[in-house]
Structure formats: C-alpha cells, structure tokens
Design a protein around this ligand. Structure first.
Ligand code: F6R
Length: 617
C-alpha cells in the first residue's frame, strides 16, 4: 500500500528518493510522484506518473532534479483513479506547500466543502489534497509557521495518516506526522540529515538509527538541527532512537527472477532463523521468552482469540488446532476486520494473539486496540520488527524470517506456523498437558523441517512442468482436512491472488455439501492427502471426484502408492508428524501458484489491485 520517502540534508535528494521508492515497490501501488526543492532557483519541481517508479523516472528525465530536500510517494488508489492528477505529492493553492500522505482522511468531504466555501479549488479527487489546502488555509489565516499549521490541521482531520510536508518558505524543514499509519525517521550523519519513510527499508542503507513515530506525533526535521517531536497539543515528546539493522541482501532478489520465488526458496534458512535460540533439541526444550515472562497469564488464560487477516488468518486456523490439541485451551480465530466492529465479548483473562507479517495491517491493529481497551492481554506474532502491531502488544514472538517483499505471502506463513507450533509446545509443556515423549518427538521432528522443505523444493522443475498444463484453467478447488484444511485455503488464496484464477478452499468432507456440483473434466481439484488419521476418508473424497471426471493433483506423503495409482498427478512431500504437515504441504502449493502465474505472463511480485501492507481498513 502507499509508500513515503522524504529526505533533508546535504546530499542530492532525488537519487535517495527514487531508490527509496523502488525499495517500497513491494507494498503495491499504481502511481508515483516526487517533489524536490531546488536551492538554485527556489523552485519546487514536481514530477508524477501513473504506473511504476520507472515511469516516474522517465517523466523526470531531462528536467531539473537538483535539491537536497524532497518528498516522494507511491500511491495505491483509494479516492480517485490512479492517474497523474491524483498521484502525490499534492500542492496547496499558492503552490508553496507540498504533501505526501498514506492512509485515509475520513472527513475529507466535509473539509473540502468548507474549504471550497473559502475559495479553495481542487485539482484531484483525493482526500489528500484537502489536507494540504487545509494546512495552507491555517498557515495563512492564523499567520503561523508550517509546523503549527500542520499540527492544527491534524487536530481537524479524522482518519489514518502518515504525512510528510514541505514548504517553499522554509527550505530545509520537513514536517512528518502519523496517526494509525507507520512512519519512521532515520537520523543520518552527524545528526544533521533525516531520512523519512513508511518503513525502514528505504532508510537502512544510510543509517541504523531510527525513530518510530507514535500516533498523534509530529516530527520536525531541520537540516543541521536535532530532531524535534511534538504531540498535537504542542508539547515536546522524547524522540526514542532505536538501532534497527536490516540485512540489505534480504532486500534483493539474490539471483531469482522474482522475490516470491526467492522467498519460497528462503524458507529452509529463514525457518532455521525462526527456530534458532528457541528450539533447543539438544536440551529437548523449546523456550520462548514471552512464555517464560508471562507464564502465569498464559497458563491461566480463559481462552485465546486469534485476530488476523488473509494468510495470517490461515496460520491462525492451524494454530487453533495445535493449541487446542496440545494445551486443551479454547481458541477462537477471528478476521480482524470483523472482530473490530462486532462488539466482541472479550476481557480480562482472554489472550488475543495478533498475527501479522507487516505489523501494519490496519484492521489487525484496530482489533488489538479494541481488545486491549476491554482488558485482554495481547500477544503478537509479527515479522516486521518495530512495526505498529509489535509496539502495541504486551508481549509476543517475532517470526524472524526477514523482510518479505513479494506481495503473496510465503515464508511469513511458514514462519507464523512455526512460531504457533513452538507456542503450543511451550505452553503444553508448562501446563503438563502433553506427555514428555510426545513433546520430545515433536521437538525433534520440528528441527528436521528445514531439510525436509529442501526436499520439497527439489521438485520445483516438476511442478513447473505441471503448472504449464494448468495455466489455462479458469477454476480450481483445493481440499484438505484437519491441519491441511487451512493449507487448502492458503493454496487457493495463493493461486487467485497472483494468477487471477478463481480458486476455492474447502474441508474435503464439505465437498459433498455443495462444491461437488462444480466438478467436471475441466475442474482441477488439488487434494492435500498426507498420511494422518483421516487419510482414508480423504481418499474416499478423491473417489467422489474421480467418479465425476474431475482432474486430481494430490499432495501425498513420499511413497504413497495408493493415491499415485488413482489420480492424474502427485507431488510427494517427506513423511512428518501430522501437526507439522502444513510446513511441508504448503510449499508445493506456493510453487504451483508461482509457476502458473509466470506461465500466464503475470507480474508475480506485484499482482494487480493488491498491496503488501494493508494500512487502510
Ligand atoms: C496473502 C497476503 C495477505 C496478508 C494479509 C495480512 O498472500 O499476503 O492476505 O496475509 O493482508 O497481512 P499481514 O500479515 O501483514 O497482517
């Protein structure tokens, strides 16, 4: 979703801004723009393009791109189509003030009518333009400076925002602010230059000293002066500097044609990172510091409620089965977007588990804030270190799988499931609801998962060949049972989001209650049929599909001769314990979706209409 970059200091701003926008491309966007303050002529030079950052670079080519202060933006359209007029930065009526914005100003229509009545005209359909005009209106009518004008304007804005503002009258000054949309400020050389962005990835190569703004804070970044942070009441707030070290290699494709494929292949290594220091097979223990520190609250929980969205919600469904099975603690799994408006029955004694890759999903953040206000404890399972959700939880466990750039989530899913398995094991061990033998068996098997994933990845070429046969299909059904039911949902989601093929996931036994009507010779059905106690029942469901001439692709346990003889295609995964099966069975489904999308010539890393970080509700 929208991305922001800003710079003020002694370097040329344009290359920093463009490189930063490229780093943010993974968030998903449909237009881009930049504004530069040129010291030579005191001009604001603004360039915009619909499409990609490379289109913006073409639009700026041959023009004056000089200046050591500027702002830039990638826009994911919400109010108004993705054209040049709606692209950011937006400029105030006088041409003095420019602004980039992530989020949504919910009362923009009322504000726009008020401003129109004062003589302001609007060039775009965006809510953002209203904000920049409002800032100008306040600055002119109250004869105040840009910092005050921004602060006062924000007291009138309702909604979510991260903004950076630049004023021609005060060169060297960038004003940044946030409410429910992330904003990071990197402090550069000699404390005299500032890098501003919607996440740390555009900043990491210049500095590791970062300040994450909190809701309702305004940062004043003046070249050559220390960073100043205010709240909306104009009181000074302490700027807490954090050391954030991002591995820049993780932000590159590392020789793969797409981030998604790289991230699929990253899984053995990043899961080792996720397990490192937590799974201690030699000591036959799993240790999560959050469980050690909050042992009593966790063991005495009335229930757990998982709140999350999309792929993270699928991970939550697996977590529910594992925690209930191992710990006998009831677990509910809610879509964060539904939970936040449902007036949910939640309070002290409940533990809300928020699962999020980005840590910035607006619905998940709102759900945890609601649960917290009602007295629940919040446990985060988050990938992005220092993200808003991570900072709003009471405790939690990072998944530590490195930045995920491909819009379709892959390694974050297996990381989330891995953390949930460790959480279930750690709690069950403390609660003594698992036998020592079972605990140690799962632990030992979990340690082997990364190398078993390697074996699944060896089938990449075979799956690629299969994929070319399925690329023309219009519909897919994915079926699984138990822990493999959420994997079916995840396989279907992966396929639809990057290949635009309609796909549905179902519990295999539900097929006969409706979806079976869809089955014919043109309907591929993907079964996840690894060895577990319901294997025979899944095989019976396959017979029902075969009887209706459906084509079956089955994910089976290595050496399964029965299914091999029955169905059109099989992909084998190594034998493992049923509770760990999703970590293996999801891998071929990720690879299949990837190759089908590539065979269709689609933009795998940035599928249409999707954003990586969904910071609006
Ligand atoms: C699917 C996908 C989305 C996200 C969802 C939640 O591949 O990436 O469904 O899982 O938007 O995002 P996070 O986990 O960042 O809260």
């Amino acid at each position: 979703m929208c991305g922001i970059v800003g710079y003020t200091g002694c370097r040329e701003a344009y290359p920093i801004l463009i490189k930063g926008l490229h780093r943010l491309e993974y968030r998903g966007y449909d237009s881009a723009g930049t504004a530069l303050f040129s010291e030579n002529y005191g001009n604001l030079n603004i360039f915009k393009a619909s499409g990609k950052v490379s289109d913006l670079e073409k639009a700026a080519e041959g023009h004056d791109r000089s200046g050591s202060m500027g702002i830039a933006h990638t826009r994911w359209a919400t109010h108004g189509s993705p054209n040049v007029a709606n692209a950011h930065p937006h400029v105030s009526q006088s041409g003095d003030i420019t602004l980039v914005h992530n989020g949504i100003i919910e009362n923009y229509a009322v504000l726009r009518d008020q401003l129109k009545a004062k003589g302001f005209t609007f060039k775009s359909q965006t809510d953002t333009e209203v904000l920049v005009q409002l800032i100008e209106f306040i600055r002119t009518t109250q004869e105040t400076d840009i910092v005050n004008a921004v602060r006062l304007a924000l007291t009138k804005a309702i909604g979510a925002y991260a903004i950076v503002v630049m004023d021609k009258r005060t060169p060297d000054v960038l004003v940044a602010a946030r409410n429910a949309s992330p904003m990071v400020i990197g402090i550069g050389e000699n404390d005299s230059e500032f890098f501003i962005a919607s996440d740390a990835s555009p900043i990491a190569e210049y500095t590791n000293r970062m300040v994450y703004l909190n809701d309702g804070e305004v940062a004043v970044c003046v070249k050559g002066s220390p960073l100043k942070v205010l709240n909306l009441e104009n009181d000074s707030v302490e700027a807490k500097v954090k050391k954030v070290n991002l591995d820049l290699n993780m932000l590159d494709k590392g020789g793969f044609p797409h981030f998604m494929l790289k991230e699929i292949f990253d899984q053995p290594n990043v899961l080792k990172d996720c397990l490192r220091g937590r799974l201690l097979p030699e000591h036959q223990r799993v240790i999560l510091s959050a469980v050690t520190e909050h042992r009593e609250e966790l063991l005495n929980a009335k229930r757990f409620i998982v709140v999350s969205c999309g792929t993270s919600w699928h991970a939550g469904l697996i977590g529910k089965q594992l925690i209930e099975d191992f710990c006998q603690i009831p677990v509910e799994v809610a879509y964060a977007s539904e939970f936040r408006y449902a007036n949910p029955v939640v309070g002290p004694g409940d533990i809300v588990i928020a699962i999020s890759q980005s840590g910035e999903t607006a619905d998940t953040l709102a759900a945890i804030n609601l649960a917290k206000a009602k007295g629940a404890m919040i446990f985060g399972i988050v990938n992005a270190v220092g993200s808003s959700i991570a900072r709003h939880t009471d405790t939690g466990t990072y998944i530590h799988v490195g930045p995920e750039i491909g819009v379709a989530s892959t390694k974050a899913f297996t990381g989330q499931v891995t953390v949930l398995i460790m959480l279930a094991l750690a709690l069950a061990h403390e609660k003594k609801s698992i036998s020592t033998a079972s605990y140690q068996e799962v632990l030992a098997e979990l340690a082997l998962i990364p190398e078993k994933i390697e074996k699944v990845l060896e089938q990449n070429d075979k799956i690629k060949t299969l994929a070319s046969r399925y690329a023309e299909c219009r519909n897919f059904l994915y079926l699984g049972r138990g822990v493999n039911y959420p994997v079916a949902l995840e396989g279907a989601l992966k396929l639809k989001e990057i290949s635009y093929i309609h796909a549905e996931g179902y519990p295999a036994a539900e097929m006969k209650h409706g979806p079976i009507a869809l089955v014919d010779e043109d309907m591929p059905v993907v079964f996840i049929a690894t060895h577990h106690q319901l294997y025979e029942k899944v095989v019976s469901n396959m017979q029902e599909v075969i009887a209706r001439k459906g084509k079956i692709l089955a994910i089976v346990t290595e050496g399964d001769e029965l299914v091999k003889k029955m169905v059109d295609e099989v992909i084998e995964v190594p034998q493992t314990l049923n509770c760990l099966a999703p970590l293996l069975t999801v891998i071929p489904l990720q690879i299949l979706a990837y190759h089908i999308a590539v065979a269709k010539g689609l933009n795998v890393d940035m599928p249409r209409n999707l954003a990586k970080s969904v910071t609006v509700e």
